[in-house]
Design a protein around this ligand. Structure first.
Ligand code: AGP
Length: 607
């Protein structure tokens, strides 16, 4: 994951163009770089872990010959960030080169089949199955285009691919499924990339490639075809007037908004975690004599939500602990029987690593959940899962939070299955609902964004906010409060709703905005009583409810609706999205930059 780019030039060398394109994505973060070109029947390439400039210099990549080529920046998802795992990947004969963004879900089964047939793999990536599959099809005598068509039929997952071969040396092939790709059309060159900014200085004429489509590029023309029947799609270029900064944000004014909108896509990646990772992790969880969920900030709120998921789904009791308090609070009791599940988006937060380090020294088992392969957390964990959310640039965690929730929900479900806590019918129901979560996130954003924006306009000048929820929704309340405080600097409180007396209720005055998070779960009757109490104080009630909850609507001054009938363990994912949007739009309405909250950095790596 991170970015792919390819170009076919009428004249000149592709490698320096690829260099410039990759440099435009550099600030996002990546671990490895690779470039390949074709010239006189040979694939030339270089790749390695490290910075673009270093890898280009080390392998003299600028000098690669050829007017056709592809480049890749990697953010590891399968396999460590080492040279063999960097893209492009080649077939056994070095005739096909492939770079990929995303996940090929069924790679393990394809790899086994190809290895049994004698193919030799050099990496641990899912991507490498693609060149070998193409090689196998070519061996059967297919033309390269047909081999690609056949190969695409085999691939499951969410991916975008850049492919080239000496068997079809004048053309560059791309394909995407549930991912992103855009063609850039120039007078004497064609580009295609996961990211428009890569080619924006050369051309502003773009053609989107939709899910389930392949693009075939030559220097002066392109063709788009559907995987399903290889029929041609006619699509004309359109001009965008984005300056590079806006293009980087894909037209969104801020990264925070772009990342909120990316959630349907990141959730699609996250719910495709390989069974083997879930299996290994839940084996440790199942055996844990005592389990501490340790993290900071947003990641801690994911721990809090997880404690409800594990307990309710799998009858596993856990202890969520702030990493900064872990040594003081738990330190003396940590021993060989303790298991620590540490959550950290960055995998580098100093307090989380200090807690982990302490626990390791005291013989505890360390498990990790992070967004960054190769981060310190992955190195010190006995087993870890990478949440597959891609790099997050906004300081306020949004897409990485819902990705964490989705991984934790999958762990809870898997553990419940292992422990025999759910019937077959319940399991199937929960699995089906999990599959729907990306569309549900999409729907919530689509239907509620403008409503949340109006609510933000209405309340933006209020001096303080209160967020209340019960059960698992109290974790959502805490996260809503953190988002608002870190992007808006407005004093805010959050607590389980039952705890509002004494204390919080005394702060409710006529017009005080109070958010109530109200899914239709077992807590609903009680939360209705909580709302009535807040209303009696004159508070303005802003509720986040399931569609059609007329009773709570009638009690609310404003309400935001999420999709109904989601199981409790998945609810936080859809419930938190309106609160992320609220923090975002409140900041915008107050003239603040939500991407750059003052005094904050993305990862707190010093204590
Ligand atoms: C969240 O919006 C914050 N940026 C912050 O609280 C963050 O969650 C915390 O610093 C932990 O970071 P980590 O997940 O990278 O460890």
């Amino acid at each position: 994951m991170v970015g792919i780019f390819g170009c076919v030039l009428k004249d000149g060398k592709a490698a320096p163009v690829i260099y410039e394109a990759l440099k435009r994505l550099e600030h996002r973060g990546y671990d490895s770089v690779g470039t390949a070109t074709i010239h006189e029947g040979v694939v030339h390439f270089g790749k390695d872990q490290g910075r673009i400039d270093d890898v280009y210099a080390r392998y003299a990549l600028d000098a690669l010959p050829g007017r056709i080529g592809l480049g890749h920046l990697r953010w590891a998802t399968h396999g460590a960030p080492i040279q063999s795992n960097a893209h492009p990947h080649l077939d056994c004969n070095g005739k096909v080169a492939v770079a990929q963004n995303g996940i090929i879900e069924n790679y393990a089964e394809i790899r086994k089949e190809l290895e049994d047939a004698g193919h030799v793999f050099k990496s641990k990536t899912d991507t490498e199955v693609v060149p070998h599959l193409l090689e196998a099809k070519l061996k059967k005598g297919l033309r390269f285009e047909d081999a690609l068509r056949e190969t695409l039929k085999r691939l499951e997952g969410s991916f975008s691919l850049a492919v080239m071969s000496v068997e079809d040396p004048g053309r560059l092939f791309f394909a995407q499924k549930e991912n992103t790709l855009t063609i850039g059309v120039d007078d004497d060159a064609m580009y295609c990339s996961s990211d428009i900014p890569t080619f924006l200085p050369m051309t502003n004429r773009i053609v989107p490639v939709e899910s389930g489509e392949a693009a075939i590029l030559e220097a002066e023309q392109f063709e788009i075809r559907k995987f399903a029947d290889w029929s041609v799609v006619s699509r004309k270029p359109k001009e965008v007037d984005w300056v590079p900064e806006i293009a980087e944000k894909e037209g969104y004014p801020h990264f925070m908004l772009k990342e909120i909108h990316a959630q349907p896509y990141t959730l699609r990646s996250t719910i495709r975690l390989q069974e083997e990772y879930l299996d290994l992790m839940t084996t440790f969880l199942d055996r844990a004599k005592e389990l501490f969920l340790v993290a900071c900030g947003t990641s801690y709120h994911a721990c809090l939500a997880a404690s409800y998921m594990f307990s309710k789904m799998a009858s596993l009791s856990t202890h969520p602990v702030y990493a900064s308090e872990f040594i003081e609070q738990i330190g003396k009791s940590v021993n060989i029987d303790s298991t620590i599940l540490a959550l950290s988006q960055s995998g580098e937060t100093a307090d989380t690593l200090a807690a982990v380090d302490y626990a390791r020294v005291h013989a505890a088992t360390i498990l990790g959940l992070t967004n960054v392969v190769g981060s310190t957390l992955t190195r010190v964990s006995r087993a870890y899962i990478v949440q597959q959310a891609g790099p997050e640039i906004g300081v306020a965690a949004t897409k990485t939070f819902t990705a964490q929730l989705s991984v934790l929900a999958q762990l809870a479900l898997k553990l419940a299955e292992k422990r025999g806590k759910l019937s077959h019918v319940e399991m199937e129901h929960f699995k089906e609902k999990l599959k729907q979560i990306p569309q549900i996130a999409e729907r919530v954003i689509k239907t509620e964004e403008s409503i949340v924006h109006s609510i933000a306009k209405k309340y933006k000048d209020k001096p303080y906010f209160i967020f209340l929820g019960r059960g698992i929704s109290s974790a959502v309340a805490y996260e809503g409060r953190l988002k608002l405080m870190e992007t808006n600097y407005i004093p805010s409180m959050a607590s389980p709703a039952a705890e509002m007396e004494p204390g919080v209720i005394n702060l409710m005055k006529p017009g005080s905005p109070v958010f109530f998070i109200c899914p239709r779960d077992e807590t609903r009757r009680n939360i209705i009583e909580d709302i009535k109490k807040a209303k009696a104080e004159g508070a303005s009630i802003i509720s986040v409810i399931e569609e059609g909850d007329e009773e709570i609507k009638a009690l609310s001054d404003d309400y935001i609706q999420v999709v109904k009938d989601m199981p409790e363990y998945l609810c936080p994912i859809e419930l938190v999205i309106p609160l992320q949007l609220f923090a975002y739009y409140t900041a915008v309405e107050r003239g603040l930059d939500p991407d750059k909250p003052r005094h904050l950095t993305k990862a707190v790596t010093v204590k």
